[in-house]
Design a protein around this ligand. Structure first.
Ligand SMILES: NC(=O)C1=CN([C@@H]2O[C@H](COP(=O)(O)OP(=O)(O)OC[C@H]3O[C@@H](n4cnc5c(N)ncnc54)[C@H](OP(=O)(O)O)[C@@H]3O)[C@@H](O)[C@H]2O)C=CC1
Ligand SMILES: O=C(O)C(=O)Cc1ccc(O)cc1
Length: 455
């Protein structure tokens, strides 16, 4: 389904007469306020009331207006977008929802839609329409070409959806129309499991006190390792509540993260017992299920990723700066984190390519590196051999399995407090490296998105 066409004249009329309101001027709310107001829409926004004076001063020269609180946003706005922490959404909608202007449309940016819709249905007056959205990327990613989910939950007038589409069109994102149930099932897989994998890698390095870009044991280099390090640090450099909210509030995510932890555990146990036949058969079945129909080019090329090593900015200890001109190959790694994701897709009967319409940059990269591992001649065989016989990565794999199980338990127990504590412990460990990691990670993601065929 594509956006219905609306005349330029109609859009000009809406721009002249309608107001867009944003509750929560954090990273995403601010991105929207800036984009919409730059495109000529009248925008008002607020954050917490105690932030009013600071924000009003800070954005005095901007094209959008900062108001005191959500009541002031709601009473004047024709489309109200809640862009707040998932855990606080219910309370915030209960506060401001009843102040919504009569006949307004309401939506939200939270990453999981069932609790958001439940809050809207509970607190919004019946005359309010509900059309919600979700930009499937972080606030620093160029919005152009990225998926933007639009969910029409309760609209009474055909022009309401057209209005939302017209407003969103300035983002130049790719509209994806789903029900909220479809959205939550897909994002549990594309987002929650991807995050669980990279959170677990970071946690394992923290437990072992390893900065993988500085070690002299020459283990963590090459394209695949660069992806693991850069994406893991990228996640840990962000706000914990974004990842906690999308995993904990989405019941589908609990099951999928648990399967990921179980797959990692099962595979690791088989390696410890040297159950070669069982292990190889399981990996090959997963390969057949996920990649059996694969034809054409791979999403990613390991070679384009080789230069994105954090060690290039840590000169004295790095592998790359050894002064040795010889091109070295990384030692065989069990790549347990990648074997486990492909096994989870197989165990859950998920075809990850079906989710590409709704992919985030991180999911595309995770699928890209998994595909590379499974479909590059000889690499999978080498990996299986390393997993079964080589002790080089055993300790790392053990910590990785423990971490995956811990994240799964925290998410299933819906424990925001423990999530925050664990996340921030690892964040503290990696903090000194975030500035460099973000620069290199951004370059890497840009290159990956340019090279990958995203349909
Ligand atoms: N960051 C991302 O990559 C993406 C995030 N999302 C989702 O979008 C939502 C916003 O995320 P993001 O912008 O990153 O998070 P932020 O923490 O940057 O923004 C949320 C903002 O809402 C404010 N807030 C809290 N309570 C109120 C209130 N009563 N009234 C007004 N404002 C309030 C917060 O203030 P305070 O900090 O003081 O609590 C904060 O400034 C989340 O649900 C997130 O899951 C969706 C897509 C991508
Ligand atoms: O790409 C990712 O998975 C991110 O980490 C950024 C992100 C976070 C939350 C969302 O709801 C959407 C995108």
């Amino acid at each position: 389904m594509t956006a219905t066409s609306v005349s330029k004249q109609q859009i000009q009329e809406w721009k002249a007469t309608k107001t867009v309101g944003i509750i929560g001027l954090g990273d995403m709310g601010l991105l929207y306020a800036q984009k919409f107001s730059e495109a000529g829409w009248k925008v008002v926004g607020c954050d917490r009331e105690e932030q009013y004076e600071t924000l009003a001063k800070k954005y005095a020269d901007s094209k959008f207006e900062v108001v005191l609180n959500g009541h002031y946003v709601s009473r004047v706005s024709d489309y109200i977008i809640y862009s707040v922490e998932a855990a606080n959404l219910d309370k915030i909608v209960s506060l401001y929802g009843p102040s919504s202007k009569v006949g307004a449309i309401v939506g939200g940016q939270t990453s999981c839609k069932s609790p958001e819709i439940a809050a809207f249905e509970k607190y919004l007056p019946q005359d309010i329409e509900i059309i919600t959205i979700h930009s499937l990327h972080g606030p620093k990613v160029n919005t152009e070409g990225q998926p933007l989910v639009i969910i029409d939950c309760r609209s009474y007038k055909p022009e309401s959806l057209q209005f939302v589409e017209s407003l969103m069109s300035c983002l130049k994102s790719k509209f994806v129309y789903l029900t909220y149930e479809e959205h939550d099932r897909i994002t549990a897989d594309t987002q929650a499991v991807t995050h669980a994998a990279f959170l677990s890698m970071g946690c394992a390095w923290d437990k072992l006190k390893i900065y993988p870009w500085t070690v002299n044991d020459k283990k963590w280099f090459g394209g695949l390792e660069n992806v693991k390090v850069n994406i893991s640090l990228r996640i840990y450099s962000n706000k914990w509540h974004v990842y906690a909210g999308l995993a904990i509030t989405n019941p589908h995510a609990h099951q999928q993260v648990l399967q990921y932890a179980t797959s990692a555990t099962d595979l690791f146990a088989m390696c410890l017992d040297n159950r070669r036949k069982e292990f190889t058969e399981r990996i090959m079945k997963a390969k057949e299920f996920v990649f059996g129909d694969h034809t054409g080019k791979l999403l990613l090329d390991d070679l384009i990723l080789e230069k994105y090593s954090l060690s290039r900015s840590v000169s004295s200890e790095s592998v790359n700066s050894s002064g040795n001109d010889e091109v070295q190959s990384p030692p065989p790694n069990s790549h347990l984190s990648l074997l486990a994701i492909v096994d989870s897709w197989y165990q859950l009967g998920i075809n990850p390519y079906d989710h590409m319409i709704c992919s985030t940059p991180l999911f595309s990269i995770f699928l890209g590196v998994s595909e590379f591992l499974f479909l590059t001649p000889k690499l999978l065989e080498q990996t299986i051999e390393a997993a079964l016989t080589d002790n080089l990565f055993r300790k790392d794999d053990l910590e990785f399995v423990i971490a995956a199980r811990e994240w799964s338990s925290i998410i299933s127990a819906e424990n925001f407090e423990l999530y925050e504590k664990k996340f921030e412990t690892v964040q503290e460990f990696f903090k000194p490296m975030f500035p460099e990691a973000n620069v290199i990670g951004n370059e890497m993601i840009k290159t990956i998105l340019q090279h990958s065929k995203r349909e």
